[in-house]
Design a binder for this molecule. Structure first.
Ligand code: GDP
Ligand code: ZN
Length: 384
């Protein structure tokens, strides 16, 4: 039986983001007898996935009207799809083709979007954090002074992932004057062209319904600094009851109930939330195209500069500097753009340095091997 678009809303996994596009990508695996599953947690060598529950018999009593009805969580081995490329390692949010009998993940479906982090200092290597995310919710606390540079940094990262960003100004209950609040929202909008900006309060519930409605379709992640109010907001969106029930319903390979926390949860009003610890405080990672989108108006202006390679520093006929002069482009925006672009270049250079070091090592090994071969042939080797 093939899945038609109209039958998809009734697919048990549609609440987890399964749609006609993924179904089409999955078709060859379905023919091979594999089942689709979405990864809700990754542990070294193994992962937890939600799959459609096709087992016969009565449903568990607590599952009848639960958002998780018709699905179950299984564990599977990931060894078969593990590759050397760190960006190819499966992660929360991936759709996989699972061999349920053998307990193996056989393949990953192509990702629509991906969050990648530049890892800490030593190895500047990308690390995949979340896949197939539609909404990147950037949380910014109104309890502290608004840092628009920070918004821009997260926006670049969000755009780079392919997800649609959305800015929420959290703890709006702390701003009692509505005029001040309106100004703060308006200021944030200047730093977030093409992006929805919303004030919310987990304490009073202000804006939470609007946010829930915006997230009702697709998969969301919460980004933002520690203390921005992400966990509190996640709890309000999930409803604490739903969270405990979803955690308790996880069943391991032997049919035991487990209490492992999932990193991917269904929202009661629709949509899915991915909340992995690693996503907190992500850094830039080759956010070149993300930067261009986060600063779309600067990119547009740059197209009007006299010189194609204009650095917008002091060149004649620079449209960017002209816009700063006439007040249409805030100088702060340009500064922030330069700062993030420099940071991104440094990261890219660090990656290059790592690659160069690897190449040098390889070259030295080959040289040593070459010397060894020459010596065996009885010739002397001249060292430089
Ligand atoms: P996270 O680090 O981003 O997950 O932030 P938390 O959710 O842990 O919140 C940080 C602090 O902000 C906690 O002390 C929360 O109680 C507080 N907080 C979160 N949401 C709100 C809110 O809507 N209003 C107020 N007044 N405080 C909040
Ligand atoms: Zn210019």
């Amino acid at each position: 039986m093939s899945l038609s678009t109209t039958s998809l809303p009734h697919h048990p996994l549609s609440g987890y983001g399964w749609d006609a596009g993924f179904a089409a990508a999955f078709a060859p695996y379905a023919e091979a007898g594999l089942a689709p599953g979405r990864i809700v947690r990754v542990d070294r060598g193994r992962c937890d996935l939600v799959v459609a529950d096709a087992r016969p018999g009565p449903r568990p009593a607590d599952g009848a009207d639960h958002p998780g009805a018709g699905v179950r969580t299984v564990q599977a081995d990931t060894a078969l799809v593990t590759t050397g490329d760190p960006l190819n390692i499966m992660c929360t949010g991936d759709w996989a083709a699972v061999d349920l009998d053998q307990g193996y993940v056989r393949a990953l479906l192509p990702r629509r979007t991906a969050f990648v982090r530049s890892t800490s200092s030593k190895r500047s290597e990308g690390q995949i954090l979340a896949a197939n995310v539609d909404h990147a919710v950037i949380a910014l606390s109104l309890a502290v002074e608004l840092d628009l540079g920070r918004v821009e940094r997260f926006l670049a990262l969000a755009w780079e992932s392919g997800a649609q960003p959305l800015v929420v100004l959290t703890k709006s209950d702390l701003v009692t004057d509505p005029v001040t609040l309106a100004h703060l929202v308006a200021d944030t909008r200047t730093a977030a062209p093409g992006v929805e900006v919303l004030a919310v309060s987990a304490a009073t519930g202000e804006g939470v319904d609007v946010l829930a409605a915006l997230l009702a379709a697709g998969t969301a992640v919460l980004l933002g600094q520690s203390g921005a109010g992400k966990s509190t907001l996640a709890n309000v969106l999930l409803g604490e009851e739903a969270q405990t029930v979803q955690a308790a319903r996880d069943v391991d390979g032997k049919g035991r109930h487990t209490t492992t926390t999932r990193n991917l949860l269904r929202l009661p009003s629709g949509g899915v939330l991915i909340d992995t610890p690693g996503l907190r405080g992500v850094g830039l990672w080759d956010a070149g195209s993300g930067l261009a989108q986060a600063f779309a108006e600067i990119e547009t202006l740059a197209g009007e500069c006299r010189f194609q390679d204009c650095a917008h520093l002091q060149e004649p006929g620079c449209a960017v500097l002209a816009a700063v002069d006439d007040g249409t482009l805030p100088e702060r925006r340009l500064d922030s753009y330069r700062k993030l672009a420099r940071e991104n270049e440094r990261l890219a250079a660090r990656t290059d340095a790592r690659l160069r070091a690897e190449m040098r090592r390889e070259w030295k090994q080959r040289q040593a091997l070459g010397r060894h071969m020459m010596e065996r042939k009885g010739r002397t080797v001249r060292r430089p």
